[in-house]
Design a protein around this ligand. Structure first.
Ligand code: 13P
Length: 254
């Protein structure tokens, strides 16, 4: 398979300079031995520069990459509090999350806004990590594929399927995020296969190269069986990304 595995750590609203230093020292040390897997670290905005400097001095360049958790729809202007895609690129970001379920649920981001952010990120040279996921209620109503399909279609319509050659998709069932309740490997695989099929219907080559990450209570003890599934190409890790030993053992599981 030609898809390079990727483990991304989304720190969410956590951290301080001391923690960044300790966590990054451990991750960079371990990364020197993990050569098959790409690692991405996504700290809050104020720590992007610090993480980038630590990465630069490690010389691990292509193997450990910087990502942001969100991006503004706007490039510049009177938008107090926003951070543009260009600024993220200039700070050294390679990836940016778009449409994380916490952004959708807590900050009201619509499918259309997420699709617009996908385009804005790519225009600045960033790789968007498009997050998709259904709530527990939607799963119980049997509409998981309809929800994921709708979220995915919004980005395809806006950006075109070819744009997925420079993007990553993350399936994060809302009910599995921060709950300790992970999707079973079979449940996750089913949705990952659906996402790949949806893209393959439009472009088989892009679909076969597309990396689809799983996120939602990934821990050292469940990572390997999730990553064993055919269409799971890595993980988007929340809580376990804040503990060096856990994050490193998840990277090793892949
Ligand atoms: P947890 O790993 O804490 O469930 O979070 C997953 C997530 O939201 C990563 O983006």
């Amino acid at each position: 398979m030609s898809r390079q595995p990727l483990v991304a750590g989304n720190w969410k609203l956590n951290g301080n300079r001391t923690m960044v230093r300790g966590l990054m020292d451990s991750i960079l040390d371990a990364a020197a031995e993990i050569d098959a897997t790409e690692i991405a670290v996504m700290p809050p905005y104020p720590f992007l520069g610090q993480v980038q400097e630590l990465m630069d001095s490690s010389g691990l360049g292509e193997r450990v990459r910087l990502g942001a958790q969100n991006v503004s729809l706007y490039d510049e202007g009177a938008y107090t509090g926003e951070v543009s895609a260009g600024m993220l690129a200039e700070t050294g970001c390679h990836y940016v999350l778009v449409g994380h379920s916490e952004r959708r649920a807590l900050f009201g981001e619509s499918d259309q806004q997420v699709a617009d952010k996908f385009v804005v990120a790519q225009r600045a040279g960033l790789q968007p990590v498009l997050c998709l996921g259904e709530t527990l209620e939607q799963r119980e109503d049997g509409i998981t594929e309809a929800v994921i399909g709708r979220q995915l279609e919004a980005a395809i319509t806006q950006a075109g399927v070819a744009a997925f050659a420079d993007a990553v998709v993350a399936y994060e069932p809302v009910w599995a995020i921060g709950t300790g309740r992970t999707a079973s490997p079979e449940q996750a695989q089913e949705v990952h296969a659906f996402i790949r099929r949806t893209i393959a219907d439009m472009d088989a080559k892009i679909a076969s190269c597309l990396r689809i990450l799983y996120g939602g209570s990934v821990k050292p003890d469940n990572a390997a069986e999730l990553f064993n599934q055919e269409d799971i190409d890595g993980g988007l890790i929340g809580g376990a990304a804040l503990k060096a030993t856990d994050f490193i053992s998840i990277c090793k599981a892949l």
